[in-house]
Design a protein around this ligand. Structure first.
Ligand SMILES: [Zn+2]
Ligand SMILES: [Zn+2]
Length: 371
């Protein structure tokens, strides 16, 4: 099985969440080529769930890979760059899928004792596939629900061969944030006849800065970033509409609730003070990734003994991952896996080091065997 070729094939066809039609087709083909009566494949929307029967199963282990790409125009100049204009596997999900296929092939060749469920999950980047997939498993296919759940994410800032994780909180609670302000436009020279949304949006943007500094416990932590702000149409017309687009990150679900409540009151005060309408949309929200303490400790122990691998204890990060819905429901573990790239996740020049594919499936196979 040529995992590098598979990764490059997948890299060429990045698709957005719940549109992973070509990707699903490709994955199905690779899996059916290695099929035996030991593996059963089920489709869920644009994703796939494969179960490999163990030799003497006492429980079901689960591995999850995400499969979607991002709306980013690739700028790597690679011969196998994205063929989908404006889309790119800039978060390494092509590498994740290839590792999962490598692991699946090993499990089919030489089954371990336990059953293993491999989940190829759509829409990690948005709108979020883990939560509805988990609901489907619970309601329709409890036979495919694992007892423990595992996943990795590539880490461009770590060299190949390094894995990093920690017990407890690994990734934050996250939520998108879209705020639309609607006022009354008009001639630039007659401001008194209008409700200027450029001014209202500017005031709101500044007020939002007080939430983290004044409403979040300094011993806790949170992020509220507005990455995009738009208002108006041309230079001499007062803006009728404005929009703020941002993201919220917190270390607990409670502080997420608190931050959202404060955003809502500030928006109400802007409505009152600037005589306008303000609408909030939180878009996709992800639950924090909580690593099971025992699994994290035993994984770090296993990894530190593994010949080609360096294991490090990482810090929690304000990144988000919908794998958090799995760790909210099942004991689970997620870890970072180094792919040494000078450009980070979601960057148009991200080039993960493919040599991770040489050892990672074996590393995971032996880990599952030892669990
Ligand atoms: Zn991502
Ligand atoms: Zn990702």
């Amino acid at each position: 099985m040529d995992l590098i070729q598979i990764r490059r094939d997948l890299h060429k066809i990045p698709e957005l969440g719940f549109q992973e039609v070509k990707t699903q087709h490709y994955l199905k083909k690779v899996i059916s080529d290695m099929a035996t009566d030991r593996v059963q494949l089920t489709e869920w929307r644009t994703g796939l769930v494969a179960i490999v029967t163990g030799t003497a199963p006492k429980r079901t282990l689960g591995w999850r890979t995400d499969i979607d790409g991002l709306p980013i125009q690739e700028a790597t100049g690679l011969p196998f760059a994205s063929q989908h204009e404006g889309f790119m596997h800039a978060c390494g999900h092509d590498v994740h899928m290839s590792i999962a296929l490598g692991l699946l092939a090993k499990l089919i060749e030489q089954p371990i004792k336990d059953d293993v469920v491999m989940i190829f999950q759509p829409a990690e980047e948005g709108p979020g596939g883990a939560e509805p997939l988990l609901a489907w498993l619970e309601q329709q296919r409890p036979d495919l629900l694992p007892d423990q759940m595992f996943a990795l994410h590539i880490a461009p800032e770590l060299p190949v061969g390094t894995v990093a994780t920690k017990p407890g909180l690994l990734f934050a609670n996250t939520s998108e944030l879209f705020i639309d302000l609607r006022g009354k436009g008009g001639h630039a020279a007659f401001p008194h006849q209008t409700r200027d949304m450029a001014v209202a949006a500017a005031a709101l943007l500044m007020q939002l800065q007080t939430i983290v500094s004044r409403n979040v416990d300094p011993m806790d932590s949170a992020v509220l970033t507005v990455g995009k702000m738009t208002a108006g149409t041309v230079q001499n017309i007062i803006a009728e509409n404005a929009r703020l687009e941002g993201t919220i990150r917190t270390l607990t679900p409670e502080s997420m609730k608190r931050v959202k409540k404060r955003i809502e009151s500030l928006c109400r005060s802007i409505e009152e003070g600037y005589e306008c309408n303000v609408a909030i949309d939180y878009g996709a929200s992800y639950r924090q990734v909580d690593n099971d303490t025992e699994l994290a400790e035993s994984f770090l122990e296993y990894a530190s003994q593994y010949p080609e691998v360096t294991a490090i204890r990482s810090e929690a990060a304000m990144t988000g991952e919908d794998f958090g819905y799995f760790t909210g429901r099942l004991p689970g573990l997620m870890f970072w896996a180094g792919v040494g790239s000078p450009f980070g996740l979601h960057h148009a020049k991200l080039v993960p080091d493919e040599t991770i594919l040489d050892f990672m499936p074996d590393f995971l196979y032996n880990y599952f065997k030892a669990l």
